[in-house]
Design a protein around this ligand. Sequence first.
Ligand code: ADP
Ligand code: MG
Length: 574
Amino acid sequence: MPICRLAETTINRIAAGEVIERPAAAVKELVENALDAGASRIEVLLSGGGVERIEIIDDGCGIPADELPLAIERHATSKLQDETLVQISTLGFRGEALPSIGAAARLTLISRPKEQDSAWRIDVAGGAVTPARPVSGVKGTRAIAEDLFYATPARRKFLRSTRAEAEAAERTVWRLALSAPSVAFRLVSDERVIFDLPAQSEAARVAALFGREAAGSMLALEAEREDVRLSGLIGPASLNRATSQLQSFVVNGRPVQDPLLRLALRLAYRDVIPTGRFPVAALRLNLPDEALDVNVHPAKTELRFADQNGVRSLVIGAINRALAQPARLGTAPIAFLPHLSVPPTPPNRAARGFAEAELALAAPPMARQVFAAPEPELTKYPLGAPLAQIFDTYVLAQASDGALVIVDQHAAHERLTEEKLRAQFVEGRIAIQPLLVPVVVDFPPMEAARLLAETETFAKLGLEIEPFGAGAVLVRGVPAPLKEPDAAGLLRDLAEELAESGAPLALEAKLDAALARLACHGSIRAGRRLHREEIDALLREMEATPRAATCSHGRPTFLKLTRTDLEKLFGRRG
Ligand code: ADP
Ligand code: MG
């Protein structure tokens, strides 16, 4: 076969695969266009996770009728002035988004610049263009993308569940709304208003999008080094979350998910939050265009900094300083939450309890308690009789064969709790323990509604929840096998676990993770002094539970040192 040039439609379909890999990517491109057009108000309407329909309405500069055909043509842009690609001040510049969306879906643009007396409309479906014609319409642009990927079935196959696609698309708008607080944003997904925010200050926008509880304790931060300026709000260590969803980075006005910045954030918090937990942060960096390459990736979510080390140490240094002097953010950007008119939330230990317990491990050694001589009848058990508890974290016991047993009380109890939960779960549902005083938990806007949609799943897990005004959920009952769980922290972690947009987990795998999470929350903490009877009960239960020797993370729950082991450790034996 001779070499031929690819047809324009084919080229666009190939490009579509790169630029528009899922509905969230189309949403991102369309909202970026609205921001580039100088809109002061942007409305995003999604149906069926954006696969069925995406509609973006802006009040920006509009597209003149005679330019509409160009807008949907490949590599046609009104934005790129600097041909060296160095000074890029707009979000878009590649002129690829609209033709790509038009190649993969049915795209309609209705636009009216303010000096034009009517709006004009143009349609592209699977690459085929219907010529522009006048229609009625207000100033600004409406872009509608329907039946995403109908023309590219190969891509369509890779879409996740509608819920997962909606989640990703909503999160994209969440990030964009954080990047531009001076633009009013409204997001509606399947007829549910997720947020509706006026033009506001950065702090107020963060409060609205991170949730009242998180925002209330976040610390303001500001730092500068050479031409790089960093500002933002970060959570104290105690506000750590189960996923990295509550992290936002904006670089020169562009929301990014840059690996370097994520790593810097992680490193900055490494010593203050437990492994596997994630800090909460909304950070904004501004640097000269020439210190930055935004053209690394078609989706423009990754960057290249000219001075990577400089940026990294600026971020880490500023966070360390902010964490060292907790000056509380004094604003009260919470007045728009409707449920504030009801009595205040009963105090709860929220995210704190878990983190503090884990941190206790790093605290100065606490007193140890030594028990009286081991009771002879207990020494006959495999894990033996309690001798002492040290650091309020490890239990020492003497086993039947004289060996020394060291138990990690949290790991061991977590294992037992998980086994109990699992057994009840397999039988049908986990028993619910009603709370005497129901707890109100606040969420970032997207999460509360999504959580409530999973009410039945939560009930199976022993958690009874119900709606409590926008952005809030009421917890009525907690899983009975848990010991004094922190209902708010638990629900928050589960919400993230179940909703993790990046993870292609089947419901079963999610439930599995959820059970482990529950067990962790509902177990004896490290750093708690135990009564002798509690220790005794713990050891006996461990003996009675198969698989009690490792915790759910695969670490051992106890160590056993025999005479031979000790002799080896002391070099008495080879
Ligand atoms: P790019 O954004 O990289 O220029 P796009 O394909 O996204 O490429 O858009 C092509 C052109 O269409 C833009 O350069 C801009 O002139 C115009 N355009 C697209 N969306 C809008 C909008 N919402 N308002 C005004 N102009 C728009
Ligand atoms: Mg664009």
